[in-house]
Design a protein around this ligand. Structure first.
Ligand code: PMP
Ligand code: GLU
Length: 412
């Protein structure tokens, strides 16, 4: 058969293929879409500054890389137990005890291919079609879409900038219905950087304990990137410990985004369910990554202090730059490496004959006019805001802010 005939046949087959409703209902990850777009523009020779992806610009510490090399040399190259090597889970159990004062036995820990898969495992393990999942907005983009794939119903509670983007126990309780199955949030939060205090978590725990059938997924992947004090975990309150799944991972603090390792500490039954899901989907995450993570888990988190100090000084730089753009209102994030300013005063403004209606259009304008890639707030459930990831050098941030300032000034 001629190649052209073969292509023709492929096209015919493609036309007949119908993707699943589940897939069609799911949005592409906005963070990943924006970083792809800026990569494409860079490949075309444009000097785009990408502040779109939540990815540390530091390299993985050498002692972790050394552990990976050693693992390869020792032939850790085969399938591993589905929830992770025993000694890795023991080291995570010890980390939970050391850093979070949480007791999770090895059987309560499941290691996955990034915290993203940990979250997907939990949602797929718990959600039946029609179950409601309470998600405070602004939320991380993937929460809502993972819930939709599981045919759950996201119930979004809005937490505005005036509340430092956080919800109270009363806000949570107002959203609970007989169909509520899961509540999911992050602290420090992506995209706002907001950090829940112990008192605020206690307030949420006081509500949760009245509904023992509701599970709370507390995503604490940014725990170490905290500028305001000790990280607090929701699972620390004994009255809700059996209802909480604590999610964490090595991507952020240990600059290991490409290694793909996340984990949960959870009630035994939920951990066992996640183990079952994962056994069918991915078997486990990479054996070498798992060995390297043991080194990260055993390290004293004080080795991260220089990185945290660098993020803090970048936060000051970004907040100062944003304050010089009249019309933007920024929160003061307590952690993570994001700022999430409100840009709604620019809606209705024009560049040429194009009107900006929302933050996604504003981000497109800033990309085209200022060559700065950011992520619009729509996919974080907050269309009045946009996200800046300041995981970039101070030089890059200064340049980006000056381009943004210039582009904003052209809107009228
Ligand atoms: N949770 C939050 C809040 C995140 O920002 C991210 C993004 N990396 C993840 C989970 C997933 O992280 P990973 O899959 O890289 O471990
Ligand atoms: N979590 C990061 C972000 O929000 C990385 C991208 C992703 O996993 O969606 O940008």
């Amino acid at each position: 058969m001629l190649l052209s005939e073969n292509n023709y046949l492929c096209n015919q087959i493609q036309l007949m293929i119908q993707l699943s409703d589940r897939l069609l209902a799911m949005e592409e990850s906005a963070t990943i879409a924006m970083s792809r777009k800026s990569r494409e523009l860079k490949a075309q020779g444009l000097d785009v500054i990408s502040l779109s992806l939540g990815e540390p610009d530091f390299h993985t510490p050498q002692f972790i890389k050394d552990a990976a090399v050693e693992a390869m040399e020792q032939n850790y190259t085969m399938y591993t137990p589905v929830p992770g090597y025993d000694d890795l889970r023991e080291s995570i159990s010890e980390k939970f005890r050391r850093d979070n004062n949480l007791t999770y036995d090895k059987s309560q820990i499941v290691v996955s291919t990034g915290a993203k898969q940990s979250i997907a495992n939990v949602v797929l393990s718990l959600i039946n079609p029609g179950d409601e999942v309470i998600i405070p907005a602004p939320y991380w983009v993937s929460y809502l879409e993972i819930v939709k794939v599981a045919e759950g119903v996201p119930v979004v509670i809005n937490a505005g900038i005036e509340k430092d983007f956080k919800i109270s126990g009363a806000d949570l309780e107002a959203a609970i219905t007989p169909k509520t199955k899961l509540f999911m949030f992050s602290t420090p939060c992506n995209p706002t950087g907001s950090v829940y205090t112990k008192e605020e978590l206690q307030d949420i725990a006081n509500v949760l304990k009245k509904y023992p059938h509701i599970v709370a997924m507390s995503d604490e992947i940014y725990e170490h990137i905290n500028f305001i004090g000790k990280h607090e975990s929701l699972a620390q309150f004994p009255e809700v410990y059996n209802q909480v799944v604590t999610v964490n991972g090595v991507s952020k603090a240990w600059a290991m985004t490409g290694w793909r390792l996340g984990y949960i500490g959870a009630p035994k039954e939920i951990a066992a369910a996640c183990d079952k899901v994962q056994g069918q989907f991915t078997s486990a995450t990479c054996s070498i990554t798992q060995r390297a993570t043991i080194a990260a888990m055993k390290a004293d988190p004080s080795v991260l202090k220089d990185m945290i100090a660098a993020f803090k000084s970048r936060r000051e730089l970004v907040l100062k730059g944003l304050a010089e753009i009249p019309g933007l209102i920024a929160n003061q994030p307590g952690g993570a490496f994001y700022v999430f300013p409100d840009c709604s005063s620019f809606f209705g403004k024009k560049y040429g004959d194009k009107v900006i209606h929302n933050s996604d259009e504003l981000c497109l304008y800033l990309l085209e006019e200022g060559l700065v890639a950011l992520v619009g707030g729509e996919s974080f459930g907050a269309p009045n805001c946009f996200r800046i990831s300041y995981a970039a050098s101070e030089e890059t941030l200064t340049k980006a802010l000056s381009r943004m300032k210039e582009a904003f000034a052209k809107l009228s």
